[in-house]
Design a protein around this ligand. Structure first.
Ligand code: ADP
Ligand code: ZN
Ligand code: ZN
Length: 853
């Protein structure tokens, strides 16, 4: 191949297309689809990604500039990921470069110097002590055992790196430009390895590493001239002549029993180098994971397992919804289907909502699959993440587990993608590219003929809807049509354990009875019993510590928009309440319009206040508080959870981070301080989110031998979300919720595109907002035959009306799933952006938005 098509790193409409470049002969072995390259672009050299290769130039060949360099030894992306980026750019209306960048680990975007070092792993079995002798190296006979071809080059390259010590990657690549493939294979086989030297201060965890000098002759000369009393220096230098690869300073000091001043003086003379490198390797190294063996599956687990296995065996793409109540043993199904996938020589990706919140999940996967698991943890340093990523890229691990972005794990033989707690909104990225990991998973799985398993006790309405529900809201297997997603149900807990009993307490009654505390009598008593019995309690304070809505404490009335069926948002500064869908506003009321009570105000309690009150009500109570304030430190989640597991506390109090995935045998009580805080968020998904959260947190109780109890406090105990959640009745909930969505025209009965505009001046924003909405409406009428092809709402001020001194307006496009509204919107925006450019208006688009506030 002589030419490459390259996406350059300028995220703009104009440059959102591939450019042609020539591949110089010296780089031809290194350039592949997915390679990162440096290319001349105008006066600068820019980074770009190779998205295609071809023999013929499409434009005048003499005008095509050459690629200037290839910084990576292995292309960071695969051809499949490159194709995926194109799809993402079309689906989510983002620039292709933005999608490509999202797939890379952060470290690749940082400034690292890469060196190639000899790993110390011999290329073949012969041991002739050649490494240190320098002259009679005895390699030329070429007994290449590792590879059939090119044994001479292979040995020459290894020898070169041994002699030179760590060599800059670029230097090695240009020295052996003709044998790039051999260098690559040596890296892949682990005989040579990459070492990064951090040149800027990115990562927190750094260690001093000592590198040998590149100039062996000079070192030998220096040793020869050393006086006898410099024994220590001699030892160091001889060590490196015999073992010419980098070593951590601390290890070297211990090994040779020398002081750092010896090293320092050698470093000053350039005879060794001391550089800061990233703390190496496996962040879970040294941690013991209890190995686990596959369990005998329950009948419901067996049924789910068999269905998934049959598609894995047939190498057939399919998407499953594994809907299992909390404690039904979904994880064991994941583990055993992954094993099946690995048995076929294929790889698996496991997505979890927020990995630092689910250390137990990591333990279970590490326990089953050990070193075959790479963990892409958001709290790892960049270097640590990069190491894990490289293990995936090199095929050294078979399972990748991580949060949203792990969906881009650069495996090449994916057999299975699992999304645990598929309903979680964290699977949607809120900044560009605004992708949803579920859609991306399904797309990748199609390309690999792989199986997707979406697991949840409370599936999102969108997912459930795709399993095809009939008029009664129950899955329909009779229509004969193949649903997009197949439903697998696990309705029973393992070993017949009962689901916990849920009591809903009406907080209005408490107030009437004169109880102004945030704890109802019921919950108060339940906690007291747990303290006596030395059992544990989990307390949930939903979502936000601050309030955004106005509510009457006497009757539960919540101020809502007369046009939108959602609650109004309280604005403290202007003291009024506004609707963020349609822009309606009214002043804060002083008496409740329903019951004339004066106890109407904006409502909310923070975790800290709950903690204080617990201390007053139950002197000596031991509380662990988990919220954004107490979990900023790396590893703090795990620390708190371990403390709780070891029964060093009676109560685990927290925001929704305590609701998910935790499995503590001694927890017998779960209390929800106020179920309404989510219910009244101005979002059409408020009912769904409330149901999900209550079900999740209730599922933390009574998971083992001790039975569980749940107390839910609410000002609206009759709300269908709360009622159905208290009965563990997903079917009835989904039925009612789907009816409502249908009536009001919300997803899954339509799809949404949110367009947000921002500008420093309001008048400009108003004018441009109106203009955009008009263009969209015109297009909608033109594109639809009788009815408009899509509906346009707005423009209205965004829920966060100003960010970084820019005012924000938004329009919402609503359409039926079938219409290609994304294409229409894209073309309207393309035309509009030209108009908006002189005004420096910023426009961002969110397809299928999850957060509307
Ligand atoms: P879920 O993820 O569906 O809430 P888990 O996977 O956490 O449920 O399983 C709940 C508990 O049941 C765990 O302690 C797990 O080890 C146990 N378990 C799962 N499958 C089995 C089985 N087949 N036999 C015995 N125990 C099981
Ligand atoms: Zn009232
Ligand atoms: Zn409204």
């Amino acid at each position: 191949m002589t030419y490459a098509k390259i996406i350059v790193d300028i995220p703009s409409k104009e440059t959102n297309r591939p450019y042609d470049y020539r591949i110089p002969a010296s780089l031809s072995d290194w350039v592949e689809i997915g390679s990162r390259v440096g290319v001349p672009f105008g006066p600068r050299v820019l980074q770009g990604f190779v998205v295609d290769l071809h023999h013929e130039a499409e434009v005048d060949a003499s005008k095509i500039k050459p690629i200037s360099d290839v910084p990576d030894l292995v292309p960071p992306l695969t051809a499949e990921l490159v194709r995926l980026s194109r799809w993402m750019s079309q689906t989510y209306l983002c620039h292709e470069i933005t999608a490509l960048q999202a797939m890379l680990p952060g470290a690749l975007k940082a400034k690292y110097e890469r060196y190639i070092a000899y790993s110390g792993q011999e290329p073949h079995l012969r041991d002739d002590g050649s490494a240190g002798s320098g002259t009679d190296i005895g390699w030329t006979e070429g007994q290449g055992i590792l590879f059939d071809t090119e044994p001479l080059e292979e040995e020459a390259i290894v020898q070169y790196v041994k002699l030179k010590g760590p060599v800059k990657a670029e230097a090695l690549m240009s020295r052996f430009a003709d044998h790039a493939a051999v260098v690559k294979r040596l890296l892949q086989s682990g005989i040579l390895e990459e070492v990064q030297v951090i040149k800027d201060r990115l990562s927190q965890k750094k260690v001093l590493t000592v590198f040998p000098s590149e100039d062996r002759a000079r070192v030998e000369e220096y040793i020869a001239g050393l006086p006898a009393n410099r024994k220590r220096q001699k030892e160091v230098l001889e060590h490196f002549l015999n073992h010419p690869f980098p070593v951590k300073q601390a290890e070297l000091l211990a090994l040779l029993e020398i002081s750092s001043s010896t090293l320092k003086s050698l470093a000053e003379k350039g005879l060794v180098h001391i550089w800061e490198t990233d703390e190496l390797r496996d962040p879970y190294a040294g941690r013991d994971f209890v190995p686990t063996r596959p369990m005998a599956l329950t009948p419901q687990q067996t049924e789910a397992y068999r269905a998934i296995a049959s598609d894995l065996d047939a190498h057939r793409h399919r998407t499953y919804l594994l809907q299992g109540v909390t404690g039904s043993g979904k994880t064991e199904v994941y583990l055993q289907t992954i094993q099946r996938c690995l048995d076929h020589g294929r790889e698996a990706i496991v997505l979890v909502p927020e990995i630092s919140l689910t250390p137990q999940m990591v333990e279970r996967f590490k326990g089953r699959f050990g070193d075959q698991v790479a963990v892409l943890h958001s709290r790892l340093s960049q270097g640590e993440r990069y190491d894990e990523w490289r293990k995936i890229r090199a095929g050294k691990v078979k399972v990748a587990i991580g949060a949203r972005s792990a969906v881009f794990a650069p495996f090449t033989k994916i057999g299975l993608i699992i999304i645990d707690e598929e309903h979680e909104s964290s699977y949607k990225q809120e900044e560009s590219p605004k992708y949803h990991a579920k859609d991306v998973s399904i797309r990748r799985a199609e390309a690999h003929h792989a199986v997707v398993v979406l697991g949840s006790a409370t599936p999102s309405l969108e997912t459930f809807y795709q399993t095809k529900v009939d008029a009664s809201g129950r899955p329909c297997r009779l229509t004969g049509q193949e649903p997009a997603i197949r439903l697998l149900m696990m309705s029973e807990r393992v070993e017949g354990r009962p689901l916990p009993e849920v009591k809903v307490v009406d907080l209005r009654e408490e107030l009437k009875a004169g109880n102004r505390s945030m704890f109802s009598r019921e919950l108060h008593q339940a906690i007291e019993i747990r303290l006596q019995k030395k059992e544990q309690t989990v307390l949930l304070l939903n979502r936000r510590g601050y309030s955004t809505f106005v509510m009457c404490r006497t009757c539960g009335f919540v101020a809502g928009c007369p046009h939108c069926d959602i609650s109004l948002t309280y604005h403290q500064r202007s003291r009024n309440m506004r609707c963020h869908y349609c822009g309606y506003a009214e002043r804060e009321p002083h008496v409740c319009p329903e019951c004339q009570s004066e106890h109407i105000r904006f409502f909310g309690t923070g975790t800290q206040r709950v903690e204080e009150e617990l201390g007053k009500l139950f002197p000596g109570i031991r509380v662990i508080r988990m919220d954004v304030d107490t979990t900023t430190e790396k590893g703090s989640h795990e620390k708190w959870l371990t403390m709780f597991r070891n029964k060093e506390a009676d109560v685990l109090l927290g925001t929704q981070m305590v609701a998910k995935g935790l499995d503590f045998p001694e927890v017998t009580l779960v209390g929800v301080i106020a179920a309404d805080t989510v219910l009244n968020l101005p979002d059409f998904r408020a009912g769904e989110k409330t149901f999900q959260l209550l079900t999740q947190v209730a599922g933390r109780a009574g998971r083992h031998h001790l039975p569980g109890e749940v107390v839910v406090q609410s000002y609206s105990p009759d709300h269908y979300s709360i009622v159905h959640a208290s009965r563990h009745d997903y079917s009835s909930f989904v039925y009612e919720e789907l009816e409502l969505r249908k009536e009001r025209g919300y997803p899954p009965y339509c799809r949404l595109i949110l367009i947000t505009m921002s500008h420093e001046e309001i008048p400009v924003l108003v004018k441009m907002g109106e203009a955009l909405a008009n263009s969209l409406r015109e297009r909608a009428s033109a594109a639809g035959s009788s009815d408009p092809a899509f509906e346009v709402l707005g423009p209205v001020a965004s829920p966060i009306p100003r960010i970084k001194d820019r005012y924000r307006f938004q329009c919402m496009v609503k359409y039926r799933g079938e219409t290609p509204a994304v294409d229409q919107v894209r073309s309207v925006l393309a035309a509009f952006e030209a108009k908006a450019k002189p005004y420096k208006l910023q426009i961002s688009v969110d397809v299928d938005p999850q957060i509307l506030m």
